[in-house]
Design a protein around this ligand. Structure first.
Ligand code: AMP
Ligand code: ZN
Length: 468
């Protein structure tokens, strides 16, 4: 299996640190809002990497954090007049719902920054003790970049270029830094912000330190794969390397993987341009499996453009796979006939598509080519399963199709359509739960319905529902 390593800018053979095991860390979202479809790209891509590793027989320890203390969270909390914790907990819950809709496996561990503060203080102290960090007069702690000779190795920037870039960019409030390149590990609290006690001042951690600490705690000092979107290469991942390698005296991650960005209508997707779409909005128009399929239809290192046309194409493609699976399922149940000699040979032939699929995935997770192999299998099935085919033949092909789709996280069964009566009964139960102030049950019913593709809208005329 080959992985493109941002560190070497080459595809390298994957050799795990420990036989049969993979330790993997993926930087997760900052939780101050519903996640957008850009955030969904690394989630889907690296979930697929994980699934493929598991398919190959590796035991995968997969850690992905939630950044739950940050300026944007605090700003939102102030706007709403609630605590930062209330904001982050709300959006962690919402994020988990979206993840489930996209069929993203829960991580082995989903640590939260605010629950790992002591570990961060300990690592910062070690860095100070080793001469890699210093506390300024106001209690801000900075990382001393010049003391880490390999700084810049991931982003392939050299220190001199970085230095001249920074000189032009004076940041106020950072006059106490020894050097422009130094970055914050710990900062003093501001009025109204959450804070923690520390040896330097009451305050909170800088952003980068959390990942170094959580990765070490849940995966060990050295890990196989560290991943995230390409915007994280610099400075976030570069700083993580500096912190971890200076603290532990060991190479931090062996392979660094980065997904390219998701654009929208060929423009950068951003809040300021207003062309920003949440996963939740998409879920009201499409089964989120369509979004997943769309994301995997391109190689993860190629920029991908989100458009209505491409989503429609993905919807149709997914439908073709599901129709084929449905036909195979019907055929499988239609008779108990064993395989004929000819069918046995055909099944062996179908094995070629599995090989093709694996070759594509082994080549730096080329999901676009892997999907092409799935479609060849679909075509093969449609051509070779006939009126008089045996149930065993259909079953054999269905198993292969499901196995491959499962690696991609694609569900081959059509969503079970709920009957109108069942929906209305649940809505009735929800209304009663609300009357009884049992909001937990009411929310549970709403979520249960959403999972089955039924969206509720509370209107002045009562509850309305639609299939999405
Ligand atoms: P954030 O919440 O901004 O820290 O982002 C969480 C993850 O989403 C990071 O891995 C980002 O690199 C990734 N990300 C954000 N926007 C996009 C985008 N438009 N396309 C692909 N990945 C993105
Ligand atoms: Zn990170």
């Amino acid at each position: 299996m080959k992985i493109f390593n941002t560190l070497s800018r080459r595809k390298e053979e994957f050799v795990p640190l420990e036989d049969g095991k993979v330790r993997m860390y993926v930087c997760g979202p900052t939780v101050y809002n519903l996640i957008h479809i850009g955030n969904a790209r690394p989630m889907i891509v690296f979930d697929t990497v994980r699934r493929y590793m598991e398919y190959k027989g590796y035991e995968v320890n997969y850690v992905s954090n939630f950044t739950d203390v940050d300026d944007k969270i605090i700003k939102k909390a102030i706007e709403e007049g609630v605590s930062a914790q209330e904001i982050s907990e709300r959006y962690i819950d919402e994020c988990k719902k979206d993840m489930e809709g996209m069929n993203i496996l829960p991580a082995t561990t989903h640590p939260k920054a605010t629950e790992e503060i002591q570990g961060m203080i300990d690592m910062i102290q070690t860095l100070i003790d080793k001469g890699y960090a210093y506390a300024a007069e106001d209690g801000t702690v900075y990382f001393r970049v010049k003391n880490f000779k390999e700084y810049g190795k991931l982003s392939h920037k050299n220190l001199d270029d970085l230095q001249s870039g920074f000189r032009a960019l004076k940041v106020s409030g950072e006059e106490q830094k020894e050097d422009e390149l130094d970055f914050v590990l710990w900062k003093p609290k501001k009025e109204g912000e959450p804070y923690w006690e520390s040896p330097w001042c009451e305050g909170r951690p800088g952003w980068h330190i959390e990942c170094s600490v959580m990765s070490k705690k849940y995966l060990g000092e050295q890990i196989d794969i560290h991943a995230g979107g390409e915007d994280l290469i610099f400075p976030h991942h570069e700083n993580e390397i500096a912190q971890s390698e200076c603290c532990n005296g060991k190479i931090f991650a062996k392979y660094w993987m980065h997904n390219a960005f998701l654009n929208i209508d060929n423009k950068k997707m951003s809040k300021s341009l207003g062309n920003f779409r949440t996963v939740r909005e998409i879920s009201q128009q499409y089964d989120l499996q369509v979004l997943r399929f769309f994301m995997l239809s391109a190689h993860y290192r190629s920029p991908l453009n989100f458009s209505a046309d491409l989503m429609e194409a993905s919807k149709n493609a997914l439908e073709r796979i599901r129709e084929c699976a449905g036909r195979l399922q019907d055929k499988k149940q239609a008779n108990q006939e064993p395989l004929s000699q000819e069918e046995k040979e055909l099944l062996e032939k179908a094995g070629a598509y599995v090989t093709k699929f694996e070759e594509a995935m082994d080549d730096d997770f080329n999901t676009a080519d892997a999907i092409a192999a799935v479609f060849e299998l679909v075509k093969f099935s449609n051509t070779n399963v006939k009126e008089d085919s045996s149930g065993a033949f259909a079953d054999g092909l269905l198993e292969i199709l499901k196995k491959l789709c499962d690696v991609l996280g694609i569900i081959t069964e059509k969503k079970e359509e709920m009957l109108d009566k069942e929906i209305e009964d649940l809505i009735e139960e929800r209304q009663e739960a609300r009357k009884a102030k049992n909001f937990a049950r009411a929310d549970e019913i709403r979520d249960e319905l959403l999972k089955k593709g039924i969206l509720l809208k509370d209107t002045r005329e009562g509850v309305k529902w639609q299939r999405v």
